[in-house]
Design a protein around this ligand. Sequence first.
Ligand code: SF4
Length: 342
Amino acid sequence: MSTSPQASEHTETVTESSSTNKRILLAKPRGYCAGVDRAVDTVERVLDKYGPPVYVRKEIVHNQHVVHNLRERGVVFVEDTEEVPEGSLLVFSAHGVSPAVREAAERRNLRTIDATCPLVTKVHKEVNRFARKDYDILLIGHEGHEEVEGTSGESPERVQLVDKPEDVDQVEVRDPSKVVWLSQTTLSVDETMERVEQLQERFPDMQAPPSDDICYATSNRQVAVKAMAAECDLVLVVGSQNSSNSKRLVEVALQSGASSAHLIDYASDVDDSWLEGVETVGVTSGASVPDVLVFQVLDYLQERGWGDVEEVTTANEKVSFALPRELRKDLDENPNNPQGVR
Ligand code: SF4
């Protein structure tokens, strides 16, 4: 698979001078992607316009700080549509949902707004297209991840999940000439290609996705961390434990030469023993992380003597997505008293 990160290949640096060797490399791009920005904006607008309580199925994005703040403002996060009172307003998270979840919401007469990232929806459509052509679909992804559950749910009888290397041997297809691989959007690009090569040994005629399933934001953040990792004694990735793309950044940093790497939600999670003997600290963040949390980490490091901050830029992202259609429509038609979706 050729990935298509929005990369300008040069690396640019912004430096503040300091007399010590302690420096910080700050990855760019990092943090919020267009899909997360849209999903959080959706919930905030729904809160502003309709008032609490607003129900959201699963965490709107995988970040503790974001979820905590929204909960404080009146969002009720639920695991299942059954927990939502009949007739209430329910937002589907950025990770997407299966048709079965949509049907369950309809049965409860819930009014729904779909904040699924358009790049996840694209993979759902690919599943449907290949299922209609009666292909066996090998979905590379992490078992139990919400996105994978939603994507598989588009055609459970045709999709087989391939997570670990040993899963490749378990795959069974009906016709080896009608097989396609697709993937979760937030995987490690390199590990995914390893899994594809394994699958190709078993199914040489296997088709590739029509376009990259690993999204631009995931690819770009991995390229940026790779560009700086070899220079880093320590890489701090700001992100939550259930954030797939954030966890991949830790792995990519280590595979690309960082001496150590840790995933942290907050600056206060830094263990001072990690900093012993360290000169260069790399800092980046997952696609669901607001930059304020990154700046708190920079402050924490600067209080401990890391003065220089060099921004390592490998791409300038300009992607943005419009709000969900059903929300836009109501805001357009009822700007002063939106009510259509309720
Ligand atoms: S990480 Fe990629 S797929 Fe996920 S919300 Fe962001 S842009 Fe969309």
